[in-house]
Ligand binder design. Structure first.
Ligand SMILES: [Zn+2]
Length: 503
């Protein structure tokens, strides 16, 4: 593979749609400080920036017009934690627990991933982001066993015209070991000094709570290189309050630190995070099914800690922040109801609003990665925008509550247009210029490699974990009841042509 680690934005694929693009007549969620919602409004993009927002905007000759009537124009979403290399194993671990994930990736098969496998997974995941309206993705890249793997990770991202942050990690060595390697530091310096607006860089490692705090050396490297750290914190059975305390006591908790999950922490840890200004990246679908702890927004809100959203890994879930918004609302409200029920009380007014999760998916992510120029639709900001509009879908109307529509009604297939850095990368529901055949072939080769390396029994066992001991079915005193449903219905007519009879 060629080294494209220094690829500039101009080298990337994707359409350059003239100098200007205008979204016409949409409902615009600005996500600015006032959370302005503009009806029948236009957004003009000139080169890589938002040039104007308002009604009936005059635009330069040759501007690409995108009819946004009936749709929602909003900032591109930002996923603050995804192990993009794992997309090569899409869906394989659907029935895993976190323990099974650790065994498979950390202990048994993570080493089998070659640089070309990281390349393939990253390229697929990057396309998956754009397709779902995620314009910036933090690649929590902890499969980087060598700098060759890291080069391949960057190459996979550079093949796709999205915005990314490479969070460099390596689960096959202690963070104090791999961060000390001169070639790793050289790679990180090179990426940092390239100053590529489309590719940020961070360090990604976890803090086990070992009292000798061996991770201190890795934090010192991050500080010396001037790179933020992202860490899985508050993961049941893996990382806990001790890790937070050690980070805090040693002065490594800073506003740019991102705490992923933070799902099994005490109030004391939340207070340390709140006081030092970091962000919590909540991966609700992950926390709900893998077992890191209860999705923490219901607690985090009370500590006033900034929140961002993430999808974690496509080995279980998909890189789709609509799912993240939906599941986060559900988990938060579910907990609020249950906490009230336990006291014999009823929640009559729900606290977490759809508007809030839309903010977490946009501005929350921008804050987490230190990008003030992303996450809202304001003049002068970077033009990372999406249009949610699907005239063929009965779910597209009526559009009454735009935030509620985004959080509970819309889905990735409704993402009509995606603009990143002023370039149209998805248009009329299709990725522009994406060679899916090439990606499919690369992924196929990775799957073949892993499957043959593991052997068929191991491959199948990994995908189909044993069930725990059979669950006893409880006695049911009502099983004698026989329901017969009424079978007559009155047709009011049909929109499919001839009325049909029901029976
Ligand atoms: Zn993770």
């Amino acid at each position: 593979m060629t080294d494209t680690g220094n690829a500039s934005a101009a080298d990337r694929t994707g359409s350059v749609s003239g100098e200007s693009v205008v979204f016409r007549g949409g409902t615009v969620l600005t996500m600015d400080d006032e959370h302005g919602v503009l009806a029948d409004a236009d957004v003009l993009v000139t080169r890589d920036r938002i040039a104007a927002v308002g009604q009936h905007l005059p635009v330069p000759d040759g501007t690409t017009e995108i009819d946004s009537a009936g749709g929602i124009v909003m900032p591109g979403m930002i996923d603050t934690h995804r192990h993009m290399w794992q997309s090569a194993m899409r869906g394989y671990g659907a029935d895993w627990t976190l323990t099974q994930y650790f065994v498979w990736y950390y202990l048994e098969h993570g080493r089998d991933f070659r640089p070309e496998d990281v390349f393939a997974g990253n390229m697929l995941s990057a396309l998956e982001s754009l397709e779902a309206g995620v314009t910036t993705t933090v690649d929590w890249s902890h499969g980087l066993q060598s700098v060759d793997h890291a080069e391949a990770a960057v190459e996979g991202l550079a093949a796709v015209p999205g915005r990314f942050v490479l969070a460099y990690g390596n689960i096959q060595a202690g963070p104090w070991e791999w961060t000390a390697r001169p070639e790793v530091q050289g790679f990180l310096r090179r990426l940092r000094d390239a100053g590529d607006d489309m590719l940020g860089v961070q360090l990604a490692f976890d803090v086990t709570g070992d009292p000798s705090f061996p991770e201190k050396a890795a934090f010192e490297v991050a500080r010396e290189l001037g790179l933020p750290v992202t860490t899985h914190a508050g993961v049941w059975g893996a990382t806990n309050d001790d890790g937070i305390r050690l980070m805090h006591e040693n002065g490594f908790m800073t506003p740019e630190t991102v705490y992923v999950h933070a799902a099994s922490l005490s109030a004391d840890s939340y207070q340390r995070i709140a006081a030092t200004g970091g962000t919590i990246s909540v991966s609700t679908e992950s926390e709900q099914s893998a077992g890191q702890g209860y999705p923490p927004t219901w607690q985090v809100r009370r500590h006033n800690i900034p929140v961002a959203l993430s999808m974690d890994t496509s080995v279980w879930w998909s890189g789709d922040l609509f799912s993240a918004m939906r599941s986060t609302l559900g988990a938060d409200r579910s907990r609020e109801h249950l906490e009230a029920h336990a006291k014999g009380a009823t929640v009559t007014h729900t606290r977490l609003r759809a508007e809030q999760v839309v903010e977490w998916a946009t501005r929350g992510g921008a804050r987490a990665i230190g990008r003030d120029d992303l996450g809202s639709i304001e003049i002068g900001k970077k033009a990372d925008l999406i249009l949610i509009k699907n005239d063929d879908s009965p779910v597209s109307f009526p559009l009454l509550n735009p935030y509620g529509h985004v959080a509970f009604q819309a889905q990735r297939g409704d993402v009509h247009t995606v603009v990143v850095d002023g370039k149209v990368v998805k248009q009329a529901h299709r990725l522009v210029g994406a060679d899916l055949g090439r990606v499919r072939a690369a992924i196929g080769a990775t799957v073949d490699h892993l499957r043959s390396t593991m052997g068929e029994p191991s491959w199948l066992a990994g995908m189909n974990p044993d069930l725990p001991a059979a669950e006893e079915v409880l006695d049911n005193p009502y099983t004698y009841t026989d329901y017969k449903s009424a079978s007559t219905r009155t047709a009011r007519g049909t929109v499919f042509g001839e009325p049909r009879s029901h029976g």
